[in-house]
Design a protein around this ligand. Structure first.
Ligand SMILES: Cc1cc2nc3c(=O)[nH]c(=O)nc-3n(C[C@H](O)[C@H](O)[C@H](O)COP(=O)(O)O)c2cc1C
Length: 337
């Protein structure tokens, strides 16, 4: 059985977008944006804020399990925080060894740690020992800092540290988010370890998915920006019967389909906007909507006009009016969460 996972995306995909995307369907799991661990024991309310799904059996409303991601560099501190998080019974705990952000890397966290495989192994081991065996520990890594020279060592160190699965974002830290993703490198990592390996990077279409699976040899794939740009991506991928890859629509068919699909996006936008207003401070709410619309523009031509209509607006009421004018229904009452 191949799994499709929704990637952690700090600042882009929070609990609201996780909720909306997993309601569309097709996902077997999701990972929260990272929770930064730096020297203190975080209160459980921090985890519940970032992952409100913890109050609902660590699942989104649609029932998709949500794993909480931790980012930090001190094994002991990571272990203590993971133990506290474990009290909330997350569907799993993921360790971030991929973040390229300078503020995070300056403190020795994220992708910088890939220069020190022994150290990431120690973090994995300390966390694994601190958390009850029933809670899976996974890790998400890039191929390295500036080169791929230690990628296999890192993967083996994480496996030896006790992680039960490994997501590989197939780029180095220095490559940032620049295409291509080196899917063939994931195959090398997969051959080097016996834990489950999940392929990640540059899957924007069902065609990319097919190519990524072939090159990486992985059954499981994690979708990031492609999932935000196309809320139906997981469903589209699920629609490919094994061996029927030739049925993946070409660009003309996909463009024709998207006009009808846009009508399906409108209620998703309505739900998203209602939840954002309920959860996010009013002055930040329109910004959140603009961020999603900016991504949707890449897949839906109809999102372009809506994006430009909303872009100059600062207030929630005027934003709601602009949405309505573009066919987004108003939601008076939130769906149950
Ligand atoms: C805005 C943004 C925020 C991200 N935040 C995280 C994060 O919190 N934790 C993490 O492990 N990866 C994070 N990533 C990386 C993604 O999970 C994923 O590995 C990357 O985008 C490559 O996949 P894609 O090409 O399908 O987008 C982030 C990526 C983006 C674009």
């Amino acid at each position: 059985m191949s799994r499709l996972l929704l990637a952690p995306m700090e600042g882009l995909a929070d609990c609201v977008l996780r909720d909306v995307l997993t309601r569309v369907g097709g996902y077997d799991g999701a990972v929260t944006e990272f929770v930064r661990i730096s020297g203190t024991l975080l209160p459980t309310k921090t985890y519940r804020r970032i992952c409100p799904e913890l109050d609902h059996g660590s699942r989104t409303f649609a029932g998709t399990p949500v794993v909480v991601q931790l980012l930090g560099s001190d094994p002991q501190c990571m272990a203590e925080n993971a133990a506290r998080l474990a009290e909330l019974a997350p569907a799993g705990i993921d360790l971030n060894f991929g973040c390229p952000a300078p503020t995070v890397n300056r403190h020795g966290g994220g992708a910088m740690l890939l220069d020190d495989p022994e150290h990431i192994g120690r973090i994995a081991c300390a966390v694994r020992e601190a958390v009850p065996a029933g809670i899976p520990i996974s890790a998400k890594m890039r191929l390295g800092v500036s080169g791929t020279g230690r990628a296999l060592e890192c993967a083996r160190a994480l496996e030896a540290g006790g992680v039960s699965s490994l997501v590989v974002h197939a780029r180095t830290k220095v490559e940032g988010y620049r295409p291509p993703a080196h899917w063939e490198w994931i195959a090398r990592i997969r051959a080097a370890v016996s834990v489950a390996v999940v392929a990640n990077g540059e899957v924007w279409t069902a065609d990319d998915y097919r190519l990524c699976r072939a090159a990486s040899t992985c059954a499981d794939v994690m979708l990031g920006r492609g999932a935000v740009a196309d809320p139906f991506l997981a469903r589209r991928i699920r629609a490919i019967a094994p061996g029927d890859e030739a049925l993946v629509p070409g660009s003309a068919a996909a463009a024709a389909a998207s006009a009808a699909e846009w009508l399906e996006v409108l209620p998703l936008l309505a739900e998203f906007w209602a939840q954002v207003q309920a959860r996010v401070e009013a002055r930040h709410a329109p910004g959140r909507l603009k961020l999603w619309l900016a991504s949707l523009r890449g897949r839906f031509v109809q999102a372009e006009a809506l994006y430009w209509a909303v872009r100059p607006l600062r207030g929630c009421e005027e934003t709601s009016r602009a949405l309505e004018l573009h066919g987004v229904p108003v939601i008076a009452e939130l769906l149950p969460a």
